[in-house]
Design a protein around this ligand. Structure first.
Ligand code: GLA
Length: 708
């Protein structure tokens, strides 16, 4: 068997060497075009010239490092069989290969385990998918503690990490740090993807940025507990492992039973973060997201939450429907507060039928009214949860995840239903199926408002099975109602990952509608995920979660670059605000084709001014937004260099209305410039850029570029 295995992407090559059994990655980077010289990768491979204080036989860092080979770092597998077989050394048993996949199967005769490493490379986007399957071949249980979905050796130039930290209303905060000495473990034990530790990381050359630097991006597509482990041994070996974090006893494999890890998605980029994002976005569009997310224009949404909260009063609803339709809104989403007895967040979760006081004739009158006004109807649900004060809980107190007799700790006054019990999943399926069958509902906002703590099923940890049961429930519903779109919300952006996105057309990115916070959140989000599924709403003038007051212009410019919507009380808008809002809705409709099918670019400016834009695939249209985040340190502006344009095209640059007259006057020489735009060569815009006046903080401008 040839022992060098190559997967070729459009721009990258991934080369593994299985001559020692467990493969070693000999190369992962820019595409190697001439395959006849691949053997060169095996030459001059001596790692150390001095064996003193080392093992006599140097242990290579493989794509699945194991303790039974003498490897002293964190192994990719950790477990035992009655305290034996805790260190494995697998032997290669078979390999199945195709031009875009490798499937290695190994056996550990002593430990009686079989291991399969599945590797796929999507040639178009260069995204590498990997996962691991472990099977117990013995006749006693095998206790699994850790099974990396994938492990990667990292080259010496990987010197900086970019991680994603966060909290409620502050998701996807980017944090950089030098490559650690020893081990760094980013862990999540909250049972959902989490606001705090997004399962993704970028590792790259010193000071990599949006437009330059060699980098790798890694993401675990999993909506439960996870661990990302980054390690540098004292000798200098570097590795990263990604996988599901297992609680003690969570995976005990009975004879013949197997464990399948979540998929990891990773990618190499030669020129910084923008390039990496294009690859992940295209991959998500083609291979992860349900097709509706791409095929149909993303409708302008209105959501009732920050307009009404729990006060669902018929007159208010009717007037919101009217206002929304007058503005040109296309989907009306009824948020929390509609179901039986739900007057605050202390009760009723689980009782999924309309509140008889608020909706004496069910939801039909409201839905009819929405449809008659030319909009689709969407509904909020939070199926995985139950309030102790609910009919469901009173009837089935045993249906929740618990660690009785420990106290049943509530979060937002709720407990989590144990979805792995078929009667629970059936109840939820039937409740939702009834709603979707009875009513004309084209969209569900599927919420999940608490972390899983103490998630036990008959005493055993149930995080893993809960996540799979959730996927199964979503799948079952989608199969019965393929035209219904689903949004993944978890107190905002607590559940955004490639695992859940196989079942969701949209995410609620954050409960914060504060445009400045949103800029940061959306920037971090956009590293992995495309804009058309990013729920982004114009909130009230005074943000309900931060108290900050921001202009409608800034709020609109910020929401425009996602799946655009409104979440404010339309009844209290001034006539000027109403006109402006209508203008932005029209603008979104004109631009959404570009916004949702182009390539996204984060500009490298400075801390005070941020820039973000989308360029069409043919490079003939672009829309950029420049945001003055804060008061700059310098009096004079820096030049703004664009990205993604074609150097050989001549572009017409226009500021999109409404423009603050002071900026307009400073930037453009005459009224004529404003009307007709300024012509500039792509090369100039890319290399030299334009000098813009320094506007007041918390303002923004929209720049349209097109080839006339
Ligand atoms: C969560 C969501 C909000 C809203 C409320 C309703 O916090 O993130 O958007 O739907 O629940 O209770």
């Amino acid at each position: 068997m040839d022992t060098l295995h190559t997967l070729q992407g459009q721009k990258t090559s991934y080369v593994l060497d299985s001559s020692l059994g467990m493969p070693v990655c000999r190369y992962w980077g820019q595409r190697l075009h001439d395959e006849s010289h691949l053997d060169d990768l095996l030459k001059l491979q001596a790692k150390s010239f001095q064996a003193a204080a080392l093992l006599n036989q140097l242990v290579p860092l493989t794509i699945f490092p194991e303790q039974g080979t003498g490897f002293w770092g964190n192994p990719a597998l950790s477990g035992h069989r009655a305290q034996q077989h805790w260190a494995t050394a697998f032997h290669l048993n078979s390999l199945q290969q195709s031009p875009d996949s490798l499937n290695f199967q190994f056996i550990e005769e002593h430990a009686q385990l079989s291991l399969t490493l599945e590797i796929l490379l999507d040639a178009e986007t260069d995204v590498l998918q990997r996962r691991t399957i472990l099977q117990n071949l013995g006749n006693t249980p095998y206790h699994l503690n850790w099974c990396a979905a994938a492990a990667f050796e990292l080259p010496h130039w990987s010197q900086e990490l970019l991680m994603f930290h966060g909290n409620w209303t502050n998701e996807f905060q980017m944090v950089r740090q030098p490559f650690p000495i020893g081990t760094l473990s980013r862990e999540n034990r909250r049972g959902r993807t989490s606001h705090n530790s997004f399962p993704g990381m970028i590792i790259g050359s010193p000071q990599f940025c949006e437009t330059s630097g060699e980098i790798y991006g890694f993401h675990l597509g999993w909506s439960g507990n996870h661990r990302i482990l980054v390690e540098c041994s004292a000798e200098g070996d570097r590795q990263i492992q990604l996988g599901e974090l297992l609680m003690p006893g969570e995976q005990v494999l009975s004879p013949d039973e197997s464990y399948t890890s979540p998929w990891t998605y990773s990618c190499y980029a030669q020129d910084g973060l923008n390039e990496l994002s294009h690859k992940f976005h295209t991959f998500a569009r083609k291979h992860i997201l349900p097709q509706r997310a791409m095929r149909t224009p993303r409708p302008v949404q209105f959501n009732t939450w920050e307009a009404l909260y729990f006060d669902h009063e018929w007159e208010a609803l009717k007037s919101l429907v009217q206002k929304a339709s007058d503005l040109g809104i296309e989907r009306f989403v009824l948020d929390d507060g509609w179901f039986c007895n739900r007057n605050d967040d202390h009760r009723a979760l689980g009782d999924w039928w309309p509140d008889p006081t608020k909706y004496p004739d069910g939801l039909k009158p409201l839905i009819d009214c929405v449809l008659e006004h030319g909009m689709e109807f969407g509904l909020w649900v939070e199926p995985e949860m139950v309030n102790p004060d609910s009919q469901l809980y009173r009837q089935h107190p045993d249906w929740v995840l618990n660690l009785d007799p420990l106290p049943r700790t509530t979060g937002r006054n709720q407990l989590v239903l144990d979805l792995s019990r078929s009667e629970v999943s059936d109840y939820l399926f039937n409740s939702l199926n009834k709603l979707l069958s009875e009513y004309s509902i084209s969209y569900l906002k599927w919420d999940m408002n608490r972390d899983l703590t103490m998630a036990g099923h008959e005493g055993t940890p149930a995080y893993h099975q809960q996540t799979h049961a959730l996927y199964a429930l979503l799948n079952r519903l989608r199969e019965c109602h393929p035209m219904v779109e689903i949004e993944s919300c978890a107190s905002g952006g607590g559940r955004i990952d490639f695992g859940i996105l196989k079942y969701a057309e949209r995410v609620w990115t954050s409960d914060s509608n504060d445009a400045l916070l949103r800029q940061k959140i959306q920037r971090g989000y956009s590293v992995f995920f495309p804009p058309e599924i990013m729920g982004a709403h114009i909130g009230p003038a005074e943000c309900h979660t931060s108290g900050r007051k921001l202009s409608l212009q800034l709020r609109a410019h910020t929401a425009l670059f996602g799946h655009f919507g409104m979440e404010l009380d339309l009844r209290v808008l001034s006539p000027e605000e109403n006109t402006l809002l209508k203008q932005y809705i029209d603008l979104y409709k004109q631009q959404r084709d570009l916004l949702h099918h182009g390539q996204n670019y984060r500009l490298e400016l400075d801390d005070a001014r941020w820039g973000y834009g989308v360029v069409s695939l043919d490079q003939k249209r672009a829309l950029f937004c420049l945001i003055q985040m804060e008061v700059p340190l310098n009096r004079f502006s820096q030049r703004v260099r664009f990205c993604g344009l074609n150097p050989n095209y001549q572009y017409r640059l226009q500021l999109l209305p409404p423009v603050d007259p002071s900026i307009h006057k400073l930037l453009l020489q005459s009224e004529n410039d404003y009307e007709n735009g300024i012509l500039m060569q792509g090369e100039m815009l890319l290399k030299s850029g334009i000098l813009l006046p320094m506007p007041f903080p918390e303002t923004s401008i929209l720049i349209q570029l097109d080839v006339p």
